[in-house]
Design a protein around this ligand. Structure first.
Ligand SMILES: Cc1ncc(COP(=O)(O)O)c(C=O)c1O
Length: 418
């Protein structure tokens, strides 16, 4: 009998991984409710979406301001492609097209930092910068629920010999405990999210920063979900909470509220110079395509203009309406300060079933289950956008009334739905 090839052996080995077995078990167990890997055939201007011939309203987009549909942003991408071609196919360590410099200067002006360094994504920013900032003599402390990309960055740092320690989610006392238990270090970096994207939770930035300052540490804030959405002119969570960037390196997304592509770190010029040397993902990978950099400049102009208030006002109204009505129904709403509104469902089967029910009624929301959230802590994750029509929010709410009764969602009074 022919023995298995190395490729078959590898496939078997990967297939035995706990996570692969777990996800495939879900897919087998709930084949009709497992709304993952959806293929979208068409998008409309107000989050209309066609999937497998079904028309639904998409409540799963991070493009919170709806700028992906803005004619000025689209036209910048078209013109940029004409001027620069589709891609500048070399690492920026060798050469950057001028648009990088222009976009970084515009981003720094808007954000209020001395400078900005653009990376191809937030993931690559975190996986490049975090291991680049610390060495064996230093300490890296990370919130237990920090985004996966920071956890992966921390693993690289750890493999390089850096001491990596976790602290309890959003808990300044436990952060102090982590410092107290650490042996001597030269300097420390504390990595957290500005918005925890599965629940919409906001960390106590001022308290965490105080703990950092007392312990010779800086705060590294991945503000991906707040970029362009929270804070004055959409600058994110840090400046409003702390009043300055003196003790923070702030990471932002260009792919979510910005509706373009990439990530960035706002920092002092000296950090930009050193991050270019110390971030392997910057040195050994390709850049954001030039046309997207031109579009980023257009979005920066919108964010610093009075128009931002009008766009953000639409987003705010949509979020408030949804949250107020869901709370009035007695549902347990997690978040609500940001456009990520999660409704607690609980059991995995119920969470998937509820998502499927909404989908069949014409509304797509993400059914989020373990391991993205705690086991039996499934949520319906609703992402509200500025370009959702008010009638779409009302339509979603009407189906939420039905589905919460049908599946017996937990209620804020502690009882189960009638
Ligand atoms: C906090 C946080 N960081 C990073 C990312 C990943 O960003 P990117 O797609 O730019 O790699 C996400 C994506 O949702 C996020 O929520």
């Amino acid at each position: 009998m022919a023995s298995a090839t190395p490729m078959q052996n590898l496939a078997n080995a990967v297939g035995q991984h706990g996570l692969v077995r777990f996800i495939e078990h879900y897919a087998r167990e709930f084949p009709n409710a497992h709304l993952k890997d959806l293929i979208v055939d068409k998008l409309g201007p107000n989050r209309e979406m066609e999937v497998d011939g079904r028309h639904v309203i998409n409540f799963g987009s991070d493009s919170f301001l709806g700028l992906d549909q803005d004619p000025r942003v689209k036209s910048a991408i078209t013109k940029g492609a004409e001027a620069w071609g589709s891609h500048n196919g070399a690492s920026r360590a060798f050469a950057s097209v001028r648009s990088n410099e222009v976009a970084e200067a515009k981003l720094a002006y808007w954000l209020g930092t001395e400078d900005v360094l653009i990376y191809p994504s937030v993931t690559l920013a975190n996986m490049g910068a975090l291991p680049g900032l610390v060495t064996k003599r230093d300490l890296l402390i990370i919130d237990e629920h920090a985004h996966n990309s920071m956890q992966e960055g921390a693993k690289i740092a750890q493999a390089n010999g850096v001491r990596v320690v976790m602290f309890r989610h959003c808990d300044p006392n436990d952060l102090q405990r982590a410092f107290d238990e650490a042996a001597e270090y030269r300097v420390a970096v504390v990595a957290i999210d500005g918005v925890y994207s599965m629940t919409g939770a906001l960390p106590p930035l001022a308290e965490l920063n105080q703990v950092c300052l007392r312990n010779n540490a800086i705060l590294y804030v991945d503000d991906a979900h707040a970029t362009a959405v929270l804070g004055c002119q959409g600058r994110g969570t840090v400046l409003d909470a702390l009043g300055n960037y003196d003790n923070t390196l702030v990471v932002g997304s260009l792919s979510k509220g910005f509706s373009c592509y990439g990530g960035f770190i706002g920092c002092a010029k000296e950090f930009k110079r050193m991050l270019k040397i110390r971030s392997n993902t910057f040195i050994f990978g390709g850049p954001v395509p030039p046309s997207y950099l031109d579009a980023i400049c257009v979005v920066c102009d919108i964010l610093v203009s009075p128009e931002y208030e009008e766009i953000h006002g639409r987003l705010r109204r949509n979020v408030r309406h949804l949250v107020a009505a869901a709370e009035a129904m007695g549902l347990i709403v997690l978040g609500g300060e940001t456009p990520i509104v999660s409704i607690l469902v609980g059991e995995e089967e119920m969470t998937l079933g509820a998502g499927k029910y909404l989908f069949e009624k014409g509304y797509y929301v993400q059914s989020v289950t373990f391991p993205a959230v705690p086991y039996h802590g499934g949520v319906l994750r609703i992402q509200v956008n500025a370009n959702h029509k008010p009638e779409s929010i009302d339509g979603l709410l009407a189906v939420l009334v039905e589905v919460s009764k049908k599946f017996g969602f937990p209620r804020s009074g502690g009882n189960i739905a009638a």
